[in-house]
Design a protein around this ligand. Sequence first.
Ligand code: IMP
Ligand code: MG
Length: 184
Amino acid sequence: MSEQIIEGHRIGVLFSESQIADRITELAREIAARKPERLLVVPVLKGSFIFAADLIRAMHHAGLSPEVDFMMLSSYRAATRSSGQVQVLRDIESDVKGRHVLLVDDILESGRTLAYAKDLISARGAARVYTAVLLNKPGHLAANIGADFECFKCPDKFVVGFGMDMAHQFRELPFVGHVLGPAS
Ligand code: IMP
Ligand code: MG
């Protein structure tokens, strides 16, 4: 595993920039193959913003023309463990009735965040609600949900980068990494 020192932390690279780019291209093709209708893509902020930006552009190259709207949910505080509570900090403005909706998130762990968002959008009359995640971290599922589309299975580690943070740090990293400890 290659390592980088960033802001005094040793960070091991789990998924590199080029690995992620290749996988996102494939994922966009998988989504296009499902022939979604009147597609609305809803990135779940904040953690999904980099993945969503890349995925949406890859979807264009795969022949799709989705609309995009944003939802901001909070289930994590500044800690590294889920609080179990989901709060809507910002809701979408679009009407989802009869449409196909793709929820995009950074990581599926307990599944509470995505299950909450899926229930909300389904209750508003969406014809179909798909989920796409950059990472699926198995072993912690507490809600009845899976990812329809996922880039990678994630080892059971706290990961950062590509939009994901640890106490507001490391979102800017162009790869997915694991904080190994302080740099000595
Ligand atoms: P869930 O509701 O437990 O599935 O948690 C999903 C949310 O928790 C994700 O959207 C992330 O924001 C956050 N999260 C879970 N695991 C990690 C991690 O390893 N690093 C950074 N954020 C994480
Ligand atoms: Mg998140």
